[in-house]
Design a binder for this molecule. Structure first.
Ligand code: NAP
Length: 297
């Protein structure tokens, strides 16, 4: 049996089309569109390319987008004042500060200064707490875990009562997706196990999983014989394992031995083209939601 491939690029496209349609409706009904500000400090090439993609996507779906570039030597106080300005700007629904920040700035202090109701990355402790409570309380879900859950839902995988095993316990992927899958509600109601480097017998846990979510950052960590036949496998790992000499681009590999795993799994995400494309789509969805909440008052 060869697994059905869960195509993140196609699902991303469908989500962005849905967001675009809702933005158009909002414009027609209220004469408003969601506003997103991306704050870029300095000129780190990787940060520039991430911000460029976010700006491009935001404009494509019809948002008002402000790209606010600041010099690398901006003081912490000036950056905090800038965030405060956007916190109080009714036209802005989402505030993104591109990381990493220069060393003289306290990253935690800056992220915690963002109004939680405009924190579309959902990293603020208030939003982490809201996620834990779940239901209507969870205004925004962090983008990569939200993308993972969306892939699971849209691939038609049954989650209610399913055994979910999450490999990895980071704050940005492992812990939030584990909590989201354990909540009551759509795309959840699962029985969840989190495994990590101190877990005894990783293989035996993975073998139980109806849904296996792997976010370890170790190429080919999950062996094909650890996969339950028919399971849905979500590979979050992005590992650079070499360079393609012809294209000059990095060769990417996930955390799962994909070629062999796809002969055993029921559904599987490729790397690249699985989870990766989903993150920005969920960021746009969060910004739309923020604007919708602000219209409700
Ligand atoms: P991280 O902060 O490094 O966390 C990795 C987790 O995996 C840790 O909890 C670690 O356990 C666990 N782990 C590592 N090696 C293991 C092993 N041999 N056995 C069992 N557990 C192991 O990483 P992250 O930020 O969550 O990212 C994970 C991967 O996802 C990376 O490849 C990253 O590039 C990728 N990623 C992709 C996206 C995207 O596509 N949009 C977004 C975010 C991350 P301990 O806690 O015990 O150390």
């Amino acid at each position: 049996m060869t697994a059905e491939i869960i195509n993140g690029n196609e699902i991303r496209k469908a989500i962005l089309e849905e967001v675009k349609a809702e933005v158009a409706q909002m414009k027609e009904k209220y004469g408003k569109v969601p506003g997103l500000v991306t704050i870029l400090i300095g000129a780190n090439p990787a940060s520039i390319s991430y911000v460029t993609l976010k700006v491009k996507t935001a404009l494509e779906v019809g948002f008002k987008e402000i790209q606010d570039d600041q010099p690398a030597d901006i003081s912490e106080a000036s950056l905090l004042a800038l965030i405060d300005k956007y916190n109080n700007d009714p036209e802005i629904n989402g505030i993104l500060v591109q990381l990493p920040l220069p060393k003289h700035i306290d990253e935690k202090k800056v992220l915690n200064a963002i109004n939680p109701d405009k924190d579309v990355d959902a990293f603020h402790p208030v939003n982490v707490g809201r996620l834990m409570i779940g239901g209507d309380e969870a205004k925004f879900l962090p983008c990569t875990p939200a993308g993972i859950q969306e892939l699971i839902i849209r691939s038609g995988t049954e989650t209610s009562g399913a055994e979910v095993v999450v490999v990895g316990r980071s704050n940005i992927v492992g812990k939030p997706i584990a909590m989201m899958m354990a909540q009551k509600g759509k795309g959840a109601n699962s029985t969840v196990t989190i495994v990590h480097t101190r877990t005894k017998d990783l293989a035996s846990h993975c073998k139980r999983a109806d849904i296996l979510i792997v976010a370890a950052g170790v190429p080919d960590l999950v062996k094909p014989e650890w996969i339950k036949p028919g399971a849905t496998v979500i590979d979050v790992g992005v590992n650079r394992v070499g360079m393609n000499e012809k294209t000059g681009k990095a060769i990417l590999k996930g955390d799962v031995d994909y070629d062999k795993a796809k002969e055993i799994a029921g559904k599987i995400t490729p790397v690249p083209g699985g989870v990766g494309p989903m993150t920005i789509a969920m960021l746009m969805k969060n910004t739309l939601k923020s604007a919708q909440y602000s219209l409700k008052g």
